[in-house]
Structures are given as structure tokens and as C-alpha cells.
Design a binder for this molecule. Structure first.
Ligand code: NAD
Ligand code: FE2
Length: 382
């Protein structure tokens, strides 16, 4: 590897990781003199037992709680505006995102909006909007409850336009949580189909990050270990979860998000349009597409695929064996093999290909992807 350019490497914030970590939240708020946070979650998590327990514990410590959970499955701009109105109206002083990637992304976008009141998409990273993110932001804390996106350690929020459903990225180092409480106990009751889809999202992050163009040996090491942990634990976490498999998946998903500062690739660009057009869950969209996207990537990356195969302890150390592994893993965790099974129709393909070529993820793919390539990949997966 020759480093004839200077690259920037960023590593995340304080992470309190382990069974029971979420119970430290109250003391942390006290130590930081935070008396009235806004908790951002989604309507499902808001009704789960562990969430209610967190609230009870905070109330016992005389912390005033306001919960905002009125968000879409693929969050949109108006969700962020509504949450910010509640933040203002109830005089909040900090934000805690508790949930999957959707809730944590909305929480992060509210963190941005509190002191940045131009149109939210003026801050879109793809049009250089990060330069306008100059003001302070409220104290931000994250508690993941899925093991997939790793958004808890991220610096970006993915929020869609209410009308076009196009996903925009709000990015700034200021949007990094000050502390993450990653507690595998909170993921113990995650339903099998969500465990499967979010787990495959985490695997996609680690694999795409490992392959992405940017030279970044630190992230490549993390990505390979993330792949190893997922290969040891995802099937178990889906079919007969225990604390070890849940813990491995939670740390591996967090590692995937650390690794993908190196970039993502063709699979995420195939997946994002499915969420925009058909409201498909992000993880499921990646899960169905990953074998096809990885097959596309083999040529020219044979050496890296050999290293992935070795990490997966496959008999044959080839890209083709990795692709077969992905089909087999999907089948063991009940992920469909074909896009048709998740509602994609032949008439969607052209629109999907148009959206995919405009997506932000594929410019970091190890080899270029054309609109024609996207179309072929969708047709192959159909
Ligand atoms: N910011 C980033 O870096 C980043 C990266 C990838 C994806 N994303 C975004 O993240 C979102 C997807 O996040 P996700 O995959 O975590 O899904 P999600 O947040 O939509 O959660 C999936 C489902 O699981 C439920 N759930 C969450 N925790 C649970 C628990 N402990 N027990 C039972 N049910 C639970 C939720 O209510 C929801 O119905 C998308 O909006 C995507 O665009 C963000
Ligand atoms: Fe993802």
C-alpha cells in the first residue's frame, strides 16, 4: 500500500459496552447535570418493557423525561421537525436516542436542528451542506436496541424527503454521541426476522468497508474481525439467541459502522432505492442484495475475497465460495433469495437503476458501477 496522499481516520467516542450498560444512564445524566432530556425512540420500542424500565429508573432519579416516538419506519424530514418542536416546547437540554437506526438517526437530526434552523436539507452532505453545521449542538447520548446499523457510533443521519422519499445524509463530527451505552440485554427479545435483517446490514457494512477503495488498514482490521464475529453468531442470534450471540452481534454492528468511514459500496446503492421506492427495511434490502453485489465485486478483488473466505473459515478460499456462503446464510436465517419475494416487480427496475446510480454509496466501491450494471444486478436478483 502506498500512501502518497494524506487520509483522515476518525475513531468514535466513549462506548460503555456490556450486559447492563444501559443502567448507567441515570448516573451519567446526574454527573453531567442533565435534568431534562428528550428521549427519541419509535412507537414499538416505546412500549417495550426495557424502555419503560429505563424511564422508571430516570424518574426515580428526579430526571424530567419527555418522549418523542412519532417517527416513520424510514424517517422523513417532518419527523425531525416535529421532534424539534417538542424539544423547544418542553424546554429540553439534551437528547437521548434509544432504538434502532431509524430512531437514532431522527435523534441525531434533531440534535442538528436545535441550533441550525435553515431547511434541514441545506445541510445535506452530498451538496456540501456540512460547512453550515457550525453552531453548538445539545448533549447527545445513544442507546442501540438493534444490532445492525451501528448508527449509535455514527456521525451521520439518513433522513428522507417526505414527498420524493429520496434519502439525504446529514453529516458532521459534531453529531457524534458524547457517550454510547451499548447493552446487549436490550436486544435479547428482538424478533427473529429483525435480528436477521439488521444482522445482515451489519455484515454488509463490514464486508463493503473491507472492500471499499480508500486505503485504511485500521478499518480493514476492524471489518475482518466484525465479519468473524457475525459468522460465529448471527445464525445463533436468529434461531436460538443467548447473551453471547447477542453481545457478538451488537459489538460487530458497532464495528461495521466504525469500519464504514472507509466507505460502503454497490450493495448499499442497490438497497437504498428499495427503501425509497417500496419502503423496504434497510437491512432486508441489503440482505437480499449482498450475494449479487459481492459476486459483481469479485473480479479485481480476488485477494481481498480470499481474506474474507479465510475469515469465514471456508474450505475454498475464493470469492465464489464467499458468495455461496452468503446465499446459504440468508437461507438459514429465512431471508428471501429473490427481490420478487420482497415486492419488487419488473416494472420497478428502471426507476431503481436511476435511483441507484445517483446514490452516495457506490463511488467508494472497489470497482466502478454503471447504471447498466445496476440494472443487470437487479434483474439477476429479481
Ligand atoms: N446513520 C447511519 O449510519 C445508518 C447506517 C445504516 C442505516 N441507517 C438507517 O437506519 C434505519 C434502519 O435501522 P434498523 O435496521 O436498526 O431498523 P429500525 O430502527 O427500523 O428497527 C427495526 C424494527 O425493530 C424494532 N425494534 C428495535 N429495537 C427493538 C427491540 N430491542 N426489540 C424489539 N423490537 C425492536 C423497531 O421498532 C422497528 O420496528 C434506516 O432508516 C437506515 O436508513 C443509518
Ligand atoms: Fe446499512
Amino acid at each position: 500500500m502506498t500512501f502518497n496522499k494524506i487520509y483522515q481516520y476518525n475513531f468514535p467516542t466513549t462506548i460503555r459496552f456490556g450486559a447492563g450498560a444501559s443502567k448507567e444512564l441515570g448516573d451519567y445524566l446526574k454527573q453531567n447535570n442533565i435534568k431534562s432530556p428528550l428521549i427519541v425512540t419509535d412507537a414499538t420500542v416505546a412500549h417495550l418493557g426495557f424502555f419503560k424500565e429505563i424511564i422508571i429508573e430516570l424518574e426515580k432519579k428526579n430526571i424530567s423525561i419527555e418522549v418523542f416516538h412519532d417517527i416513520h419506519k424510514n424517517p422523513v424530514k417532518s419527523d425531525v421537525y416535529k421532534g424539534t418542536e417538542i424539544y423547544d416546547a418542553t424546554n429540553r437540554e439534551a437528547i437521548i436516542g434509544i432504538g434502532g437506526g431509524a430512531a437514532i438517526d431522527v435523534a441525531r437530526a434533531i440534535v442538528l436542528r436545535v441550533h441550525h434552523r435553515e431547511d434541514l436539507f441545506k445541510y445535506d452532505d452530498l451538496i456540501g451542506g456540512d460547512v453550515y453545521i457550525t453552531n453548538d449542538v445539545p448533549h447527545f447520548i445513544t442507546i442501540p436496541t438493534t444490532a445492525g446499523t451501528g448508527s449509535e457510533v455514527g456521525r451521520s443521519a439518513i433522513i428522507a424527503d417526505d414527498k420524493t422519499h429520496q434519502k439525504k445524509i446529514l453529516f458532521s463530527p459534531k453529531l457524534l454521541a458524547k457517550i454510547v451505552f451499548a447493552d446487549p440485554i436490550l436486544t435479547m427479545e428482538l424478533p427473529a426476522h429483525i435480528t436477521a435483517a439488521t444482522g445482515m446490514d451489519a455484515l454488509t457494512h463490514n464486508m463493503e468497508a473491507f472492500l471499499a477503495k480508500m486505503p485504511h488498514p485500521l478499518c480493514e482490521g476492524i471489518a475482518l474481525e466484525g465479519i468473524a464475529l457475525i459468522s460465529q453468531s448471527l445464525e445463533k442470534a436468529v434461531n436460538s439467541p443467548d447473551l453471547a450471540s447477542r453481545s457478538n452481534m451488537l459489538i460487530a454492528s458497532l464495528m461495521g459502522a466504525v469500519a464504514f468511514q472507509k466507505g460502503l459500496g454497490v450493495v448499499h446503492s442497490l438497497a437504498h432505492p428499495l427503501s425509497s421506492l417500496l419502503d423496504t427495511h434497510h437491512g432486508l434490502a441489503n440482505a437480499v442484495n449482498i450475494p449479487y453485489g459481492m459476486k459483481f465485486n469479485i473480479e479485481g478483488c480476488e485477494n481481498k475475497f480470499r481474506r474474507i473466505a479465510r475469515t469465514l473459515e471456508l474450505k475454498e478460499e475464493t470469492g465464489e465460495a464467499v458468495v455461496q456462503y452468503l446465499f446459504d446464510l440468508n437461507s438459514k436465517i429465512n431471508i428471501p433469495e429473490k427481490l420478487r419475494e420482497i415486492g419488487v416487480m419488473p416494472e420497478h427496475i428502471d426507476t431503481l437503476a436511476d435511483l441507484a446510480i445517483g446514490d452516495f454509496a457506490h463511488p467508494n466501491n472497489p470497482k466502478p458501477v454503471s447504471r447498466e450494471d445496476f440494472k443487470k444486478l437487479y434483474l439477476e436478483a429479481l
